[in-house]
Design a protein around this ligand. Structure first.
Ligand code: B12
Ligand code: SF4
Length: 563
């Protein structure tokens, strides 16, 4: 087979795209570099003479949304669109232009099932001859469900070798029906594939995507961090695969395994240099699962990047193994241009953290890391998960209290999602806890399990209220010793996604007030006030948290407060 299209579906679920009427404004769509597909294409092209095109729908779809928004701004008309029609148009265009023999689709998330169902069915209608295959984390963990779509075959684990063999075969159907590297409808059992020679696919074939065109939109999706440097030109890279830890909510190991395999530091740095020189990249996002599994290597990489150019800002969004962090590493982060750091704490309750999540972390160590990050003036965004199967409301309260007691600039609070392939999914299945088993709902911000301790609705409410309490009403940067200008970073991130979030508008005004910028403060009090006048959905929370001065200040009266 000669011609192949590799497709990365939008990150949002089909459900989210179709059902959220205000989705276009509250868009959480991420434009991403389709790293996995670039790895596949690089391996195949390095080993054979194939034409491979990448259709990154996360980019194409957001571009399309932006065009619709522009049109709506100009005409004043509401936006309406039919996602399936949009998809059919894009796929038809690609099939006419590239005449694929093979289409490979990425299924990283449980909700990718909906996308793959739709894409494979449209491709089937366009042509009976195109071979359609899929791979990725969710495909690995739910192969049978993915085989029920119009795909011909799926692969478990890493796709480099299976895809190459398929493309190289003279008779793809015969190959698929006999190869252990692929599962098909008539042969649903197959082996797990692991590819470890990462040096052989470094550097990636960046010419297969339009990284320059992505830049405008990569900025939109990363609202929180889209500050400080202008213009930001981002690329993401993975320097290692695999993680030795066993967090019960995580499914990463089912593809990448628990042994860490990595690219040589020198090769990795060559690729960074290439991205900096050829694409003018000044923000590098390293998306390893445990970048600091080897501290010496992590420091070598950070210092190496800094040597290539001290203008490159490094971001490590997947975070670090906190238990392995120390002052030397944090000082290196600071020296090498890291401005913010995400850290995954998950729970402040020992029982949940160690016995349920199996995270080998002491909560005292998490506090030490937070304090060190603050010492080096690195913005701290900490992640927590509430609603584990045996967790009580008291234990959840302990975690919320931890957020209030510590110097965290922003808290990301989620509810447990028992994703396929994770240990906690099995616990939930065994305990009959799962009440929403629809993969389309797997990334909706809604609880999906019910236990003797809580209902999903109760967890939703606890998470929602905790967010208001810790990130707004008791924001660390506004009220607990931090810096008001840092509070604005978090509020802006919320406002990128939800421009009419009353608490973000109000507290952004308070932040300006504390910075003695009365003009800006008044502007945001006014915005908050007009949201308050337009809807009553915030009334209860406004009353509960005593935002009594809102109307007065929003009308420009007495808006200066004593600090
Ligand atoms: C970066 C990342 C993201 C990025 C973007 C992904 C990207 N750039 O492609 C963003 C920010 C969008 C993201 C978001 C989320 N993520 Co994420 N993410 C990752 C992460 C850390 C790295 C992905 C990556 O680039 N890997 C490196 C490449 C080389 O591996 P790969 O993509 O898996 O590709 C290989 C194979 O899977 C396979 N393969 C992949 N596609 C295809 C296609 C074909 C045709 C074939 C043959 C093979 C194949 O071959 C590839 C090469 O070997 C992974 C963890 C991990 N290490 O994979 C989690 C991971 C994919 N994410 C996960 C989750 C849960 C999420 C979120 C739901 C988190 C949340 N609660 O919000 C959201 C979902 C998105 C949304 N709409 O809300 C889970 C998915 C598990 C699941 N069953 O759902 C993972 C596995 C982590 C985990 N905790 O277990 N994520
Ligand atoms: S440290 Fe991260 S990648 Fe490793 S098991 Fe835990 S959640 Fe998964």
């Amino acid at each position: 087979m000669k011609n192949c299209i590799l497709i990365y579906p939008p990150n949002s679920s089909v459900y989210a795209i179709k059902h959220q009427s205000d989705y276009l404004y509250y868009s959480e769509e991420y434009v991403v570099v389709p790293t996995g597909l670039l790895c596949l294409a690089t391996y195949c092209k390095n080993n054979g003479d194939f034409n491979i095109n990448i259709l990154n729908l996360s980019y194409e779809y957001v571009t399309y949304l932006e065009e619709l928004k522009d049109e709506s701004r100009k005409t004043g008309n509401d936006i309406s669109f039919d996602y399936e029609e949009y998809l059919r148009d894009v796929l038809t265009k690609y099939c006419i232009e590239y005449k694929p023999d093979l289409i490979g689709i990425s299924g990283l998330f449980d909700h990718s099932l909906g996308h793959i169902r739709l894409i494979s069915s449209i491709v089937r209608q366009l042509s009976k001859d195109i071979v359609v295959v899929a791979g990725g984390n969710a495909v690995t963990n739910m192969p049978r469900e993915f085989l029920e779509t119009d795909t011909d075959a799926v692969t478990l684990g890493h796709g480099e070798e299976p895809l190459f063999e398929l493309m190289n075969s003279s008779d793809p159907n015969k190959y698929l029906s006999s190869s252990l590297k692929w599962a098909t409808k008539s042969k649903p059992d197959s082996q797990h594939n692991l590819y470890t020679k990462l040096n052989d696919i470094s550097p990636l074939r960046w010419d297969l995507i339009d990284l320059n065109a992505y830049q405008k939109l990569l900025g939109i999706s990363k609202g929180l961090y889209n500050r400080g440097k202008s213009p930001r030109r981002i690329a993401s890279l993975v320097s290692s695969r695999g993680c030795p830890f066993k967090c019960s909510f995580c499914a990463m190991h089912t593809v990448h395994g628990r042994t860490v395999h990595s690219v040589d530091v020198s090769r990795f740095l060559e690729e960074v240099k290439f991205l900096h020189n050829e694409y003018d990249i000044n923000v590098l996002s390293i998306e390893d699962d445990t970048f600091n599994f080897n501290k010496k290597r992590a420091i070598e990489i950070l210092e190496g990047i800094h040597k290539i150019s001290n203008k490159i800002e490094v971001e490590i969004p997947s975070g670090f193994a906190l238990q392995l962090m120390d002052e030397e590493l944090i000082a290196t982060l600071k020296n090498c241009g890291v401005k913010w750091q995400q850290i995954a704490i998950e729970s402040a309750n020992k029982e949940i953290l160690n016995k349920v999540i199996h995270k080998p972390l002491k909560i005292e160590k998490a506090i030490e890391v937070i304090d060190l990050l603050q010492k080096y003036d690195i913005y701290v965004r900490a992640f927590f998960i509430l609603g584990f199967p045996s967790e009580t409301k008291e234990q959840m309260k302990e975690t919320i209290q931890f957020m209030l007691d510590n110097r965290i600039n922003w808290n990301g609070i989620g509810m447990l999602k028992p994703i396929s392939g994770s240990e906690i999914r099995e616990v939930c299945e065994d305990g009959n806890y799962i009440i929403t088993n629809d993969s389309e709902m797997s990334t909706e911000r809604l609880g999906s399990i019910k236990t003797e301790h809580f209902t999903p609705e109760e967890v939703d409410e606890i998470v929602y209220n905790a967010n208001i309490k810790v990130n707004f009403v008791n924001n660390y940067d506004l009220f607990r010793g931090g810096k008001p200008e840092k509070a604005i970073i978090g509020f802006d991130n919320v406002l990128t996604r939800a421009p009419e979030h009353l608490f973000a508008l109000y507290y952004k005004a308070v932040a300006y007030e504390r910075m003695n910028d009365n003009e800006k403060a008044l502007e945001y009090f006014k915005k908050a006030n007009s949201v308050m006048q337009a809807t009553n959905k915030w009334d209860k929370l406004v009353e509960e948290h005593g935002l009594n001065d809102l109307i007065e200040k929003g009308n420009g009266l007495n808006h200066k407060v004593d600090v």
